[in-house]
Design a protein around this ligand. Structure first.
Ligand SMILES: [Cu+2]
Length: 175
């Protein structure tokens, strides 16, 4: 009987999707659109990799939009900032982080299926190259101001290195 119980416990343990989002944590995520009439919106967050291998975010899905793309801003020849799709995705280095922020890398929602309203929550699935997906629920925050330049990346990584509370969104594997 004892052996049977152990076997069952082991099976239950290995069935957990523990390997799937291992080490990836999302901090401080929010989504916004310019206005309630906007046809597109974006999401920003700090993606932290507590694991020992680099991870790559290669896409995202959400029912909030017809298309979801990974974008960044580049300055074109005329000196104008433009958004472009980043086909290769974003690397989150082992024991490091990647910041999705206003004016930089972001998740772009194109063709909103409903207006983004203050206080709404949207579900976004992050797709990692390693084949595991991670669902996160993020608030729509139309009032948040862009972080002050210079303040921002320093403040965020500093804050994080001094204790990371576990109250942020955790992912759930689909499998
Ligand atoms: Cu964009």
């Amino acid at each position: 009987m004892k052996r049977l119980a152990l076997t069952v416990a082991f099976a239950a343990f290995t069935a957990l999707p523990a390997v799937a989002c291992e080490g990836i944590h999302i901090h401080d995520a929010y989504a916004r659109a310019s206005t309630a009439m906007s046809q597109s919106g974006a999401a920003f967050m700090q993606i932290i990799n507590h694991g020992t291998v680099d991870r790559r975010l290669i896409g995202a899905r959400s029912d909030i939009a017809e298309r979801v793309e990974l974008h960044t801003h580049i300055e074109d020849a005329a000196g104008v900032m433009r958004m472009v799709e980043v086909e290769e995705g974003f690397v989150i280095p082992a024991d490091g982080e990647h910041l999705l922020a206003r004016g930089g890398d972001h998740i772009m929602f194109l063709g909103l299926t409903r207006p983004m309203q203050q206080g709404d929550e949207i579900t976004v699935t992050l797709i990692f190259e390693e084949g595991d997906d991670m669902d996160i629920v993020i608030p729509v925050d139309l009032e948040r101001m862009p972080a002050a330049h210079g303040d921002h990346s320093h403040g965020q990584s500093h804050g994080h290195s001094h204790g990371h509370s576990h109250d942020h969104s955790h992912g759930h594997s689909h499998n």
